[in-house]
Design a protein around this ligand. Structure first.
Ligand SMILES: [Zn+2]
Length: 405
């Protein structure tokens, strides 16, 4: 399986300059490639990837306005062009309903102010001892925090908006299966700032996973820093300072969140043979009505980590389409009660008299769907979709039904 390994990099002043040039060229080629695609699309013209690349790299280098593209390694330009193709195709496939999962937005032009990156394949980089050689940049000093499991097939050199540099390697890693266990779990991802998720396991217990205190504080700081940035005049020195501050706080939030997600995902994968989660592509739609949540990005990342770890350790992650009203159905007897406003945290089922915690009940319903799907489903390929059993498949939650696209 292919995984990413990321390390801090400390470029010298000269290397920073060379990287800045490469980032700039990659950004221009990426934007030119997107522009060419959009213009062709508007004109009803079909352009092949090769033709786009010929126009925005090969031909562009010969023009006075783009002659400086020749100063950087051509692998960087070719990869930037391919990234643009991929972004454009994902968007197109998503529009056409050919792509699974979360809807992909129209690819955006890259900005000078955001994260900068270049991607290099084998012909653009090499490992020289402890140094990372990057074509036309030189030998970069890398902080090897852990060993690479195998020789990398590609590397992305990144400059984050807070000014830090990273090298992200793509490597092949052998799976390490864990001995099988009998327990399975259902996860309901939380809506509140406090609760990250509720986990119901097949042994009958329910656990609420809270967002760690330090993460919530960092998130609050991020919101504050963003508010300050919004008040500054664009282009001013103060605005640049505020942007830098937002980037630094953002990194802290991201790191802390990632750390929390990694630990939780690993624990769930160790303890359970199969884990069921809502399909975010479906759940996301239901949640937009409730206001944009700061956790949207967090959930997507958590589910990705869960799938990655499950794949590595021989466990299963099963995505459940959320056209079952999991918070309205009694997880004990299947009685379908009416819709419940968000502030209703606890309710008693009129069918069987069980008193439910809203989130715990939702998590248990997700687990019930997994269990009802039978043991075959838990052995299915990782990330398989499971349709809810007929008895619960009412599917009338407005706006949440997207079919199995
Ligand atoms: Zn009931």
């Amino acid at each position: 399986m292919l995984v990413r390994y990321r390390y801090r990099v400390d470029p010298t002043a000269g290397q920073r300059q060379a990287l800045a040039r490469a980032f700039g060229c990659a950004r221009v080629v990426y934007n030119d490639a997107l522009g060419a695609r959009q213009a062709a699309h508007a004109a009803g013209e079909r352009l092949s990837d090769t033709e786009v690349q010929r126009r925005v790299v090969t031909l562009a280098k010969r023009t006075p306005e783009r002659a400086w593209l020749g100063e950087v390694a051509s692998v960087v330009l070719v990869q930037a062009c391919q990234d643009a193709h991929r972004a454009y195709r994902s968007w197109f496939d998503s529009l056409a309903g050919k792509r699974r999962g979360r809807r992909v937005g129209r690819p955006r032009f890259r900005s000078k102010h955001g994260r900068q990156s270049i991607r290099l394949t084998r012909n653009g980089f090499a490992l020289h001892g402890s140094r990372l050689y990057v074509a036309k940049v030189g030998n970069l000093r890398v902080r090897w925090s852990r060993e690479l499991p195998s020789p990398p097939s590609s590397v992305t050199v990144i400059r984050e908006p807070d000014g830090r540099y990273y090298a992200s390697f793509v490597v092949e890693r052998a799976p390490t299966p864990l001995p099988p266990v009998a327990q399975t779990a259902g996860i309901d991802l939380g809506l509140a700032v406090f609760v990250f998720a509720t986990v119901a396991t097949s042994d009958g217990s329910t656990e609420q996973v809270t967002n760690p205190h330090h993460l919530r504080i960092a998130e609050r700081r991020l919101v504050k820093a963003q508010r300050i940035l919004a008040r500054k005049r664009k282009g001013s020195t103060n605005s640049a300072k505020a942007r830098h501050r937002v980037a630094a706080v953002h990194r802290r939030v991201r790191d802390r969140r990632a750390d929390h997600h990694h630990k939780l995902a690993l624990r769930l994968v160790r303890e359970n043979q199969a884990v069921a989660v809502e399909d975010l592509a479906v759940a996301g739609l239901a949640r937009t009505r409730l206001g944009k949540s700061v956790h949207d990005a967090g959930w997507a990342m958590f589910v990705r980590l869960l799938e990655e770890k499950a794949g590595r350790h021989g466990r299963r992650v099963v995505k459940i389409g959320r056209w079952v009203p999991t918070s309205q159905t009694c997880s004990a007897c299947g009685h379908r009660d009416g819709p419940k406003p968000l502030h209703v945290r606890v309710w008693t089922c009129p069918g069987c008299g069980t008193t439910h915690d809203r989130d715990g009940n939702a998590a248990r319903n997700i687990l019930n769907i997994l269990v009802a799907a039978g043991p075959a489903e838990t052995r299915n390929a990782c990330g398989a979709d499971v349709r809810p059993p007929a008895m619960a498949a009412v599917g009338d939650e407005a706006g949440t039904h997207r079919g199995a696209a």
